[in-house]
Ligand binder design. Structure first.
Ligand SMILES: Cc1cc2nc3c(=O)[nH]c(=O)nc-3n(C[C@H](O)[C@H](O)[C@H](O)COP(=O)(O)OP(=O)(O)OC[C@H]3O[C@@H](n4cnc5c(N)ncnc54)[C@H](O)[C@@H]3O)c2cc1C
Length: 155
C-alpha cells in the first residue's frame, strides 16, 4: 500500500527541504506532518517573531521622527489587526509550503508518524529504547536502505 524511497517525519523547514530536494532527484517521497506545514519557523518561530518585532519598532520611530521634522497625527494601535494579519501571513505560507511539496510530487500525510516493529508502534522515547534492533523497520517504508543511499547522494 505504501512504498516510498524517503519517508520524512515532520514538515518543518528541514523536512520540507529534504522532501522537495529528494523528489526533484526522482525519489518517491512522503512527508508526515501532525500539526502545520512549515513547522516551528513558519508557525511559531522566525516568521511570527519577526512580524511582532517589526510591529513593536514603530513606536520608537514615531517618537523619534519629530526631531527629524515630521509631525504625525493622532496615533493608535490595534492588537487585533496585527494578530489577524500575522495569522493571514502564516496561512499564506502554509499554502506555499503545501504547493512546493505537491508540485514536486511529494505525498503529504497529515498525521503523526510512529516507528514500529513487530510489537507495534513505539511512540514514546522510553518505548523506543530498543528501536535499533535488527527487526526494527520504519513504519510504512519498505525501501529504507534505498532511502539511506539516496540521502547520502542528496546531502
Ligand atoms: C521563537 C523562535 C524564533 C526563531 N527565529 C529564528 C530566526 O529568526 N531565524 C532562524 O534561522 N531560525 C529561527 N528559529 C529556529 C527555527 O524555527 C528552527 O531552526 C527550525 O524551525 C527547525 O526546523 P526543523 O524542520 O528542524 O524543525 P521544526 O520546524 O520544528 O519542524 C518539525 C515538524 O515536525 C512535526 N513533527 C514532529 N514529530 C512528528 C511526528 N511524529 N509525526 C508527524 N509530524 C511530526 C512538527 O509538528 C513540526 O511541524 C526560531 C525558533 C523559535 C522557537
Amino acid at each position: 500500500m505504501y512504498d516510498f524511497d524517503l519517508f520524512t517525519i515532520g514538515g518543518g523547514s528541514g523536512g520540507v527541504r529534504a522532501s522537495r530536494m529528494a523528489a526533484q532527484y526522482g525519489a518517491r517521497v512522503a512527508v508526515a506532518e501532525e500539526r502545520y506545514l512549515g513547522g516551528t519557523c513558519v508557525n511559531v518561530g522566525c516568521i511570527p517573531k519577526k512580524l511582532l518585532v517589526y510591529a513593536s519598532e514603530f513606536s520608537d520611530t514615531f517618537t523619534d521622527c519629530a526631531e527629524f521634522g515630521w509631525t504625525l497625527g493622532e496615533r493608535s494601535f490595534d492588537w487585533g489587526t496585527l494578530i489577524a494579519n500575522k495569522n493571514d501571513e502564516i496561512a499564506r505560507l502554509n499554502c506555499v509550503y503545501e504547493k512546493v511539496l505537491t508540485d514536486n510530487g511529494v505525498r503529504i500525510l497529515r498525521a503523526r508518524a510512529t516507528i514500529a516493529d513487530e510489537a507495534g508502534p513505539r511512540d514514546r522515547p522510553s518505548q523506543a529504547a530498543n528501536w535499533r534492533s535488527p527487526r526494527t523497520r520504519l513504519f510504512f517504508s519498505r525501501s529504507f536502505r534505498r532511502a539511506r543511499s539516496l540521502w547520502a547522494a542528496v546531502i
